[in-house]
Design a protein around this ligand. Structure first.
Ligand code: SF4
Ligand code: SF4
Length: 271
């Protein structure tokens, strides 16, 4: 199922390969506070020490501190194989992301560099990402049709202009598909994150899987909604709903079932 993923990445990336998660770890660097869209389920709290979910970090660090942190952690724990940037905002909306990855790549060329993004700026960022050694990207795709997307996204901010409603959603969805296609064409491994949002996109997951697979994405990670923000009143999908969704979607695109929905400053092994 993962035959077209670069073997070096597949063997050592704990998020892509459950077996690798037993032996290898990752470090997330919280260098990216800004975001350029607003998802209705998002709440970003920067100084939270005891909450475990995406978008949370104890604090924001700069590129120099990130390099120092990676140096210390890699020295202490040789199992760390992946350096990732996963927020707390959108990594591509922050210049610090590129500076940080450049520093890390120069010092640790053997470590896998990856990041997660909403995809708005992916296509235009790819040459810079390649230059700083990024080989794997995760794109969060929660809809491939504008009607569903308008329930999920409040607005999109593209180079200083704010686009609301369907204009913003159209822009975002087009950018995601174009970014995925180009990243794959440039030899990157592309994983799709999809938040399972009951009553909003749960009947749309097959379309998302088909469209992203057609664009070249190799694997998909269906994550249960954490009810918060404007979606605080929606139910939290139960394990059986997620299991069934993954089982159905696996016929279209390979599925991940061991994601921990980590914080933006997570360090170490997944388990
Ligand atoms: Fe929050 Fe990520 Fe959505 Fe930005 S892209 S609003 S950080 S969930
Ligand atoms: Fe891996 Fe999921 Fe954690 Fe990201 S959130 S580092 S994909 S386990």
């Amino acid at each position: 199922m993962y035959s077209d993923i670069g073997q070096d990445i597949f063997h050592e990336h704990p998020c892509l390969n459950k077996a690798a998660a037993r032996w290898f770890g990752r470090i997330h660097l919280p260098v990216a506070p800004e975001c350029n869209i607003r998802c209705r389920y998002c709440t970003r709290v920067y100084d939270c020490a005891n909450e475990n979910r995406p978008g949370v970090t104890s604090r924001i660090i700069g590129p120099g501190e990130a390099l120092q942190l990676v140096t210390e952690v890699v020295e202490r724990d040789r199992r760390i194989r992946v350096v990732g940037i996963a927020g707390p905002g959108d990594p591509l909306a922050n210049a610090e992301t590129f500076e940080t990855l450049g520093l890390i790549h120069e010092r640790f060329p053997h470590l896998i560099k990856c990041l997660s993004t909403n995809g708005l700026l992916l296509e235009e960022s790819l040459p810079r990402l390649k230059a700083v050694g990024v080989k794997a990207v995760t794109v969060t795709v929660n809809a491939v049709c504008v009607a569903v997307g308008t329930y999920i996204y409040d607005h999109v901010c593209y180079w200083g202009e704010v686009y609301r409603g369907r204009f913003g959603v159209e822009l975002l969805l087009r950018a995601q598909q174009a970014g995925i296609r180009k990243a794959v064409a440039m030899g990157m491994m592309v994983k799709i994150n999809t938040v399972y949002i009951p009553g909003v996109n749960d009947r749309h997951l097959t379309d998302i899987a088909r469209a992203t697979r057609a664009a070249g994405a190799q694997i998909m990670n269906v994550m249960p909604l954490i009810p918060q923000g404007e979606f605080a009143e929606l139910p939290h999908p139960d394990r059986e709903q997620i299991r069934l969704a993954r089982r159905n979607l696996a016929r279209i695109i390979g599925q991940i079932d061991h994601c921990r929905q980590c914080r933006s400053d997570a360090v170490g092994m997944l388990c």
